[in-house]
Design a protein around this ligand. Sequence first.
Ligand code: PLP
Ligand code: ZN
Length: 424
Amino acid sequence: MNRFLGYRCSLCGQEYLPGQVEYCCPQDGGNLDVVLDYDAIRREWAPGQITASAEPSLWRYLPLLPVGDPGGSGTPLRAAGWTPVFQPPELAAELGLRHLWVKDEGRNPSASFKDRASAVVVARARELRRETVVTASTGNAGAALACMGAAVGQPVVIFAPKTAPPAKVAQLLVFGANVILVDGSYDQAFDLTVEAAGRYGWYCRNTGYNPFSLEGKKTGAYEIWEQVLPLVPAGGPPLCVFISVGDGNIISGIHKGFKDLQALGWLEQMPRIFGVQAEGSAAVAQTFLRGDENVQPVQARTLADSISVDLPRDGVRAVRAARETGGSYIIVSDEEIIQAIPRLGRAGIFAEPAGAAAFAGLVKAVQSGMIGENDPVVVINTGSGLKDIRAAMQSVQPAPVIAPAIEALSDFLESKTAGRAEPS
Ligand SMILES: *Cc1c(COP(=O)(O)O)cnc(C)c1O
Ligand SMILES: [Zn+2]
């Protein structure tokens, strides 16, 4: 545990000891970066020892995390992370790319990227012996916390907007969380959660508020380092990582993971990081495109609920993730997000709208020439399509209904052929 040195404010640079602060910088509210003792880690570990781990979860990176082993063996806590990476040849060909990977975070225990953050926050809560963990959530962060909490018997309270997709609310309830739906936006639920945590002494997991959520999310970068980077042709252009952005904590986490590896001397070439936002919720992208760090709230409106955010809680680090790596931000419409769902689906990958948004951003980046055929690309699908069936059904044609008789089938097949033969 001596590898966890403390925190550094991402705005003013002030450093704090582990016990000195809990969430954001007391001086300016800036997001805190966890500071690790890279020298100590490097002395004790070689990269080959980590990649040789038999642990099929993010806990294979325990030496690089600011928490101790949380136990929970045989539970879903030990199944967060270590998600598969696919290399869909048809998709790559359609886009004219030579190297395309999709990392499918829908395969996590609660079916989204958020399990990474919740696993590490629950580990931290247990170290601190906190009785209750609370989070605000558009659905996935809550489902992840509820799942990880259920795995190890940690009581949790979830505040979600009452408009959250029913599948996500169902997950919260089935995992046995104390669920409170808020008649308001995610941002209002966020502020209420911070206030409630203060009043009742709950440990707050909120995204872009609790520094340990980012420490969980950075493990996504470690996996890309292990699973994808060895396949990227040496001496060629750097890997490009496409990530959808709401609060900006995933993209900042991926950046932190690569920065850790760079600081350790274990990363040869920093990947370029591309953030994708929905047109109606693009506060971070607008800031990036303006060229400053002055993130202004918007009135968020997008069907991609997981990235529907008025005021991004990790906006500054999210802007830097793209700027400091030679990446960029791309803004996509809800229509483009919906079209991306069946395109990923045809490759056997089922994405919720926020996950498909990252792919929609890649499509746009290829069309505009921002990404060329030799750029190696990994797209992160951050959540499973089962999370939001209504959006999925909006992206496809409804299936025909026929009578259960062979004649009905042959009539149907004939009408279909006839329809297709007609001149358009
Ligand atoms: C939370 C979430 C995002 C966005 O992550 P931020 O840290 O809010 O930027 C993207 N996709 C899915 C599926 C999510 O649940
Ligand atoms: Zn500060």
